[in-house]
Design a protein around this ligand. Structure first.
Ligand SMILES: Nc1ncnc2c1ncn2[C@@H]1O[C@H](COP(=O)(O)OP(=O)(O)OP(=O)(O)O)[C@@H](O)[C@H]1O
Length: 658
């Protein structure tokens, strides 16, 4: 604890030293009195709140050089974004040799001098564009073998382009400099979906090549990670607690091979697994081979008849590999018990958030997709099997278990309808609730979809949608994701001229979304021969370029490009010097993604390469589930199909393990 405190404290001192030394605008709200992880602008800590992981200060009026011995002292820093400021001079050596820094965004400043000859060894994204760097591009840049994106455009670099090979590079822009000579062969042949933009004085080239992504390195370990047991809990004489047993009226469901009665259950010694919103759960070992989970429900809101009817519906749900079956129940005036199979592999909650120490095995992408798909199928099955009014009502990570195939399995189906609403005031449940459930207190299939959407966001971000004293910032995951996504990319996408006007961000984002939405649709074609003017091509819908017919929808596309042009200040031209601007919708999308992916996704997922596309798709599914308007949400069946598509694209693009 002392070590943790001293780390965070020394991070705080380093940041305060930076703020003291660098003149800045009023937005920077760092003070000694406030919490660095939760209150300071632009500071992102790791999920334990023990170290600073990212510093993002776009457009805060930073002026002058970055002083040494300030930001460089943040020993766990991975992302540094100081773009769109007025920083000058050269970069301090402690930043350039920082051991963990892997994304450096310094574009749109006024740094000068030569491009440094060394950079942090872990660097994957380096953006020094729109500065005043001079001299040659050092050939030592070749040593940065992890680079996926290198942007040096709009400086005053001169001399030849070094013959560099980057195996992972997907984005290179060195345009708008004074480079001379020819394009090195290594760059002409770089593939892997790389977009290379080169502008040299003597030769004007655009090299836009696409080939199948090189995913060789991306073979992520298929992960049934060691899940780690729940913490050891005291054993209890479970039976001694159970009260008011009337007679042996345990009801078993068909297909269940258990051969025990209530007395056996009460005699068994049990371990408390935890207290949930419906009561306590115990792990009870009847003998060496039969281990069950017994839930003692409290606050049951329905009478015996209704309870039994609901049990009957739950019992009628066909067995499914992604649904944890209810095996038996017991009802008396004082005790209501439910019996489930004990699932030794543990819950998704434990898998995602348990054991964050050094011995943790990261949960890789394939494992997450498999779990999400299994859980989605389980929920879709409950919806189909239970009928339109049967809902799960309490979808969250502690109710998803991992089966032997590594798939998610949903437990606790239908219990929400038995207990008082809301089932106590459990803070562990609120973050998953659809807005209408909190308002009108009624669960529907669509409110299950919402909760599942939050669960997906939890799996993607690694954050818990909890409401607990120290973690208020995580309470509304959909809102959090949305806010980060916007905050991160707006400054980068919009016309720098527009950034001078305040309080129009919301409207700009709305307008941009309209522009992007129009990137769709092929319908009602009419003949209309397109001219070949290079000034027109950038506005053309893809289908117009392909089949040379215009439609109302293609007009909509062109209007969308026009909107993007007005917002970004960039021309969608195809002309020799401006090839990088030819596809405005694609450009906007790429910036949007690049800027926020590192911030939104679970830091653990960032270790696996070439899965960005799938992660973004999955995030979109999650966000589609959590739209406030119920009617706009997909059904669980549709969710299953969407996740299946992500899984298919995953397996198509990734080489097999042998
Ligand atoms: N069948 C099971 N096998 C193994 N562990 C289980 C099983 N059912 C529940 N648990 C674990 O027992 C603990 C308590 O579960 P319980 O369902 O009572 O509460 P919860 O999931 O935290 O909240 P809620 O009551 O809202 O569902 C949880 O950590 C859960 O993962």
């Amino acid at each position: 604890m002392v070590a943790v405190f001293s780390n965070l404290n020394s991070n705080k001192l380093a940041l305060l030293a930076f703020a003291d030394a660098v003149p800045h605008g009023p937005k920077l709200n760092w003070t000694n009195a406030t919490n660095i992880c939760t209150s300071w602008l632009g500071i992102v800590c790791d999920s334990n709140g023990t170290r600073v992981y990212a510093v993002r200060l776009p457009s805060v009026g930073l002026t002058g050089p970055i002083p040494p011995n300030t930001l460089g002292r943040l020993e766990s820093l991975e992302i540094l974004s100081l773009r769109l400021n007025r920083l000058t001079g050269s970069l301090p050596s402690d930043i350039l040799s920082h051991p963990s820094l892997n994304r450096l965004f310094l574009h749109h400043n006024n740094f000068s001098g030569n491009i440094p000859t060394s950079f942090p060894p872990q660097i994957t994204v380096l953006d020094l564009s729109f500065n005043s760097f001079t001299g040659r591009i050092p050939s030592s840049i070749q040593n940065l073998t992890r680079l996926t994106s290198l942007k040096l455009q709009n400086n005053s670099l001169s001399g030849p382009i070094p013959n560099i090979t980057f195996s992972r590079l997907r984005n290179l822009n060195i345009s708008y400099n004074f480079l001379t000579g020819s394009i090195p062969s290594s760059l002409k042949t770089v593939g892997g979906g790389v977009v290379i933009t080169l502008l040299v004085v003597l030769l004007l080239y655009c090299c836009l090549k696409k080939k199948r992504r090189n995913r060789d390195e991306a073979r992520v370990r298929k992960g049934k990670s060691s899940l780690g047991e729940m913490g050891e809990k005291p054993m209890e004489e479970f039976g001694s607690e159970v009260q008011g047993i009337e007679d042996n009226k345990m009801v078993f469901f068909g297909g269940c091979s258990y051969n025990f009665d209530l007395e056996d259950l009460l005699r068994s010694s049990a371990e408390v697994l935890g207290k949930g919103s419906y009561g306590s759960a115990y792990k009870a070992a009847l003998d060496e081979s039969v281990i069950v989970v017994v839930k003692r429900l409290k606050e049951v809101a329905v009478g015996q008849k209704e309870f039994e009817q609901q049990m009957e519906i739950i019992g009628r749900i066909d067995p499914h590999p992604n649904v944890v079956p209810l095996r038996a129940y017991y009802y008396s005036k004082d005790e209501k018990l439910l019996v489930y199979d004990y699932i030794s592999t543990g819950s998704l909650l434990t898998l995602l958030h348990g054991n964050r120490g050094a011995s943790r095995t990261p949960v890789d992408w394939e494992a997450r997709v498999t779990i999400a798909l299994g859980a989605a199928r389980g929920i879709a099955h409950i919806h189909a099997s239970g009928g339109p009014t049967f809902v799960h009502g309490n979808i969250k990570s502690s109710n998803i278990f991992i089966n032997d195939d590594g798939e998610g399995c949903i437990s606790d189906s239908g219990l929400a309808l038995l207990v008082n609403f809301p089932p106590s005031t459990s803070r562990y449940t609120v973050g998953y609730r659809a807005p209408e459930v909190l308002e009108i207190r009624k669960h529907t299939h669509k409110s299950d979809v919402y909760s599942f959407g939050v669960l997906l966001l939890e799996m993607l971000t690694g954050k818990q949608p909890l409401q607990s004293p120290g973690r208020e910032d995580m309470v509304d995951l959909p809102k959090w994701v949305q806010s980060v996504v916007r905050e991160e990319w707006t400054a980068e996408v919009f016309d720098i001229e527009l950034m001078k006007f305040h309080n129009i961000e919301e409207e700009m984002v709305q307008m941009l979304q309209i522009g992007c939405i129009s990137d769709s649709g092929l319908a009602l074609l009419v003949n209309f021969p397109p001219s070949t003017s290079r000034y027109t091509v950038g506005y053309r819908a893809p289908e117009v370029l392909e089949i040379r017919k215009h439609t109302h929808k293609s007009d909509v596309y062109s209007f969308g490009v026009l909107l993007l042009e007005m917002l970004t200040g960039k021309q969608p031209l195809q002309s020799p010097g401006r090839e990088d601007m030819v596809d405005l919708p694609k450009w906007v999308q790429s910036v949007v993604r690049e800027e926020w992916t590192a911030e939104v996704f679970d830091i653990e997922l960032m270790k696996f390469h070439n899965i960005e596309e799938e992660m973004v798709q999955m995030l979109q599914i999650g966000m589609a589930c959590v739209v406030p308007a119920q009617d706009m949400r997909p059904t669980m069946d549709e969710v299953v199909k969407m996740i299946e598509e992500v899984q298919v694209s995953d397996s198509e693009t990734r080489p097999s393990s042998d």
